[in-house]
Every structure is written in structure tokens, then in C-alpha cells.
Design a protein around this ligand. Structure first.
Ligand SMILES: Nc1ncnc2c1ncn2[C@@H]1O[C@H](COP(=O)(O)OP(=O)(O)OP(=O)(O)O)[C@@H](O)[C@H]1O
Length: 443
């Protein structure tokens, strides 16, 4: 009797509701919270559970012997989160128990945010040790990134397009104390001004026409406890720069159309492939924001400064393709690597990835040969000719040619920019920038 009273007191002390049934679905134990949440009378013990809850889910647990964790249900107009488990003794299911609690607004929000962040892949995958390359320049960059990563300071990554800025940002996040928190990346150049503002800061219900019902948390809120990676920071408009600076100073955000001030704990890693200092001179970038972002600087080398890494990078790409199950390559000819070293790779590792992927997918054997690279040789030749002509004329390659080529490729891909960028061997942002430059920004 003493044991019974003691156990009952312990169960009643739990914040969760607990109700257990035996193999015949007779209630054998229930605590105070369960009675309260389910609205049951105190004398349910000894009665069939179906008398009070005709469709009780515990019947299913008795039948299947399988646990069900994290189910959400509405009971008496309240949302509850439930775990149901079989009670197993000596390998036999002798009953079932359900533990549950009210689902608070905070938990609801957490669940929604977690779901959103998983859907849009807001988790860092690459660790610094996954970044391929043994050249001195990349080794130094990795060492520096590791040192920077462990601090809480803001880091500015400088590097040409495709040099791995996002990979390094992920790597720094994963070696920081925030590794278990979210990693949220946003490309400031890919979103027009007002869209970038609502992405970063979120909005309240009814903030503007077309705003999602219930409002939307901004990326700062989603990155709470983690890292926010702001790529192409140099492209950010002046009004958004001012808002960003305020958030960095105050560590609080206010959603568009909202009154509430939401505290955020976010580490910023920013990146740019443009000379921000030049933009400061042209009054297009705020110097106070630049100094705040540029506490630590990590410069990433272009691929042409680490040509010795090409074989390792090529093999890493080949392995990834094989893992996807697309195609397996067993050997690569030395002459192909030699050809690769003759190129200056303006699109860096992203361009190398595109070239290798194309070759692997087109190759008919398990060996990559120089002859598989006919399309690449053509590209090289064309580039040499253009460079030669430019050198003779003392000009840069004609802009019209580039604009025409981009539009032609876009036509070919029926306006699909991602595909066009891939065919052109540039990233989407570069393509977007070029279109803007040639006056086709909104096409
Ligand atoms: N050292 C590396 N090892 C393996 N893959 C790499 C490396 N560097 C870059 N890549 C690959 O190159 C591509 C571009 O990388 P990433 O997006 O990090 O570059 P970025 O500098 O952020 O480019 P952008 O400035 O255009 O946004 C990705 O597909 C990435 O996987």
C-alpha cells in the first residue's frame, strides 16, 4: 500500500499527464494531470478506457506493440503532444501507457521553425575538414577559418565566385559553439530590395498586401542560436544596410508592420566577391556597417592559384556523382589534368564541378580522357582568341557578345536561369548581375 501511495505521489508530481492500461484495456494507473487534461473523473482506474475514450489510441498500441512518439491531438479544445508506448515485461506486451502534455505556443513555434529550417535545408553540412585541397593556400585558409570559427566574432569572407565561400561559412559554423544551432544562408544579390527586407526581418500579419496570414519570421529569427550567412553583402541596398546595422548593434529585430521587439542571438558571417571598399568610396556601402562586419577577414584563393588541387577536387566530384548513383569513373588520364591546368577558371571550383559533371555524364567508359573534354577545349580556345583580340585591341571582351550569348542560352533554356547559369559555367548570382548590367534585370 505504501508503495502504491508513493508511486502515485511521484506520478502526480509530473508535469505530464500519464495514463496506463493493461492488456485488456482496463485503466491501471492515472495521474492527476491526466485526469485534468483529459477531463476524466477520478474513479477511472479499474474501468475500461473505451468507456471514457471510445477510440482510445492505446488500443492500437496494445495491438501493434509499437511506440508512437510526438503525436499531436486536440482534446477539449486544447492541443496536446502525446507519446504512446507499450509496457513490455519479459518480452511480452502487458499493457500500454500514454504520456502527454499541453502543447504551448512556444513549442508550436519551435516545431514550425524546425520544420521550415529542415525543408529549406537550413543546416550546415560541410565541415572544414571536408573542404578538398592540400595546397598551401587552401591549408592556410582552412587553419585560419578554424581559428576564426571558434570565436564569436563576425567574419567577412572575400573571394571570387565559386571559391567555396559558403562552404567555409558552414565549416566555421560547425566548428563553433553554435554548431548545434541553425545555419541560415541568404544571398543578398538574388532578392530584390523589399523581398530581402521581409526575408531578413520577417513581417506581421497584414503588414502588406500578399503578406502570409499569421505573419512570417525573418531569417534573423530563424538563425537564433546559430549563424546567419549573408552572401554577396556588397549588393545590399543602402536602406537595408541601415536596418542590418541596427540589428547588429541592438541584437533585436522588429518584423515589418510589427511593434514587438524580438531579441536575437545570431552570429554573422558575411561574404563578398566585390571590392566593398570601392563601393564605400562610391557611397554605395556604409563604412560603419563594413567595419562592423569586417572584424575578421578570410580571403579565399581562386582556383588558378591552387592548380595542384585540381586532381583531388576532380576525384571528390567524381565520388559524389558515383554516390548519387549516376555513374562510376575509375580512372582519369594525366593529359586531362594537364589540360585543366591550362585554364584560368574564372568560375573557380563551381566551374570545375560543371565541367567534370558534364564529362562524367557524357563519357561512355569508366575512364575520363582528354578526348572527352572536346567541349572544354573549344571553350579554352575561344577564350584564348577573345583574350588575344582584347590584348591587341587593348579592350576587354565586347560586352555585346556576352549579353547576346546569355540571352541565347536563356532562350535555349526557356528562361530557366538556373539551367542557363549551369550551361554558361557561372553561378546564378553572377548571371543575375550580368543580366542587370545589360539591362535585362527583370527578364
Ligand atoms: N574546396 C572545395 N572542395 C569541394 N568543393 C568545393 C570547394 N570549393 C567549392 N566547392 C564547390 O564549388 C561550388 C561553389 O561553392 P560555394 O557556393 O561555396 O562558392 P561561393 O564562393 O559561395 O560562390 P558564390 O560567390 O558564387 O556564391 C559548390 O558546388 C561547392 O560544393
Amino acid at each position: 500500500m505504501r508503495d502504491y501511495t508513493l508511486i502515485q505521489a511521484i506520478l502526480d508530481a509530473s508535469h505530464d499527464g500519464i495514463i496506463a492500461v493493461d492488456r485488456d484495456s482496463t485503466v491501471i494507473w492515472v495521474n492527476k494531470n491526466a485526469l485534468e487534461i483529459l477531463g476524466l473523473p477520478p474513479h477511472v482506474v479499474g474501468e475500461k478506457i473505451t468507456r471514457y475514450i471510445p477510440q482510445s489510441d492505446l488500443l492500437r498500441i496494445l495491438a501493434t506493440g509499437k511506440r508512437e512518439i510526438g503525436d499531436i491531438a486536440t482534446v477539449l479544445n486544447r492541443q496536446i503532444i502525446i507519446n504512446r508506448l507499450p509496457i513490455v515485461i519479459d518480452g511480452q506486451t502487458v499493457g500500454a501507457v500514454s504520456t502527454f502534455k499541453e502543447f504551448t505556443d512556444i513549442q508550436k513555434m519551435e516545431l514550425r521553425i524546425r520544420k521550415q529550417s529542415m525543408e529549406s535545408g537550413l543546416e550546415a553540412k560541410y565541415r572544414l575538414e571536408d573542404i578538398v585541397g592540400h595546397s598551401d593556400v587552401i591549408r592556410e585558409a582552412k587553419e585560419l577559418a578554424e581559428t576564426f570559427g571558434r570565436t564569436e566574432a563576425t567574419v567577412l569572407i572575400l573571394g571570387e565566385t565559386g571559391t567555396g565561400k559558403e562552404l567555409f561559412a558552414q565549416g566555421m559554423h560547425l566548428c563553433s559553439q553554435r554548431a548545434a544551432g541553425p545555419f541560415v544562408a541568404v544571398n543578398c544579390a538574388a532578392l530584390p530590395g523589399n523581398l530581402l527586407e521581409s526575408e531578413l526581418f520577417g513581417y506581421e500579419d497584414g503588414a502588406f498586401t500578399g503578406a502570409r496570414k499569421g505573419g512570417k519570421p525573418g531569417l534573423f529569427e530563424l538563425a537564433h542560436g546559430g549563424t546567419l550567412f549573408l552572401d554577396e553583402i556588397g549588393e545590399m541596398s543602402l536602406p537595408i544596410q541601415a536596418l542590418l546595422l541596427r540589428v547588429l548593434q541592438e541584437k533585436k529585430v522588429r518584423r515589418i508592420g510589427g511593434e514587438r521587439v524580438i531579441p536575437v542571438d545570431v552570429r554573422i558571417i558575411a561574404a563578398t566577391n566585390r571590392d566593398v571598399e570601392e563601393r564605400i568610396r562610391m557611397s554605395q556601402f556604409r563604412s560603419d556597417l563594413y567595419y562592423r562586419l569586417n572584424v575578421l577577414t578570410l580571403e579565399l584563393p581562386p582556383l588558378r592559384q591552387r592548380l595542384e588541387d585540381i586532381p583531388a577536387l576532380t576525384w571528390a566530384i567524381i565520388r559524389e556523382i558515383a554516390e548519387r548513383g549516376d555513374k562510376t569513373i575509375e580512372s582519369v588520364s594525366e593529359s586531362l589534368f594537364k589540360l585543366f591546368t591550362q585554364h584560368d577558371w574564372p568560375g573557380n571550383v563551381r566551374e570545375l564541378r560543371n565541367v567534370v559533371e558534364r564529362m562524367v555524364l557524357l563519357s561512355k567508359t569508366a575512364r575520363l580522357e582528354r578526348r572527352d573534354a572536346a567541349f572544354f577545349e573549344k571553350k579554352l580556345q575561344k577564350r584564348r582568341q577573345t583574350d588575344g583580340a582584347a590584348a591587341v585591341a587593348g579592350t576587354i571582351p565586347a560586352a555585346e557578345d556576352e549579353a547576346e550569348m546569355i540571352l541565347r542560352v536563356l532562350q535555349q533554356t526557356r528562361g530557366n536561369r538556373q539551367e542557363a547559369a549551369k550551361l554558361l559555367g557561372v553561378d546564378r548570382t553572377t548571371l543575375w548581375r550580368k543580366l542587370k548590367k545589360y539591362g535585362h534585370g527583370s527578364t
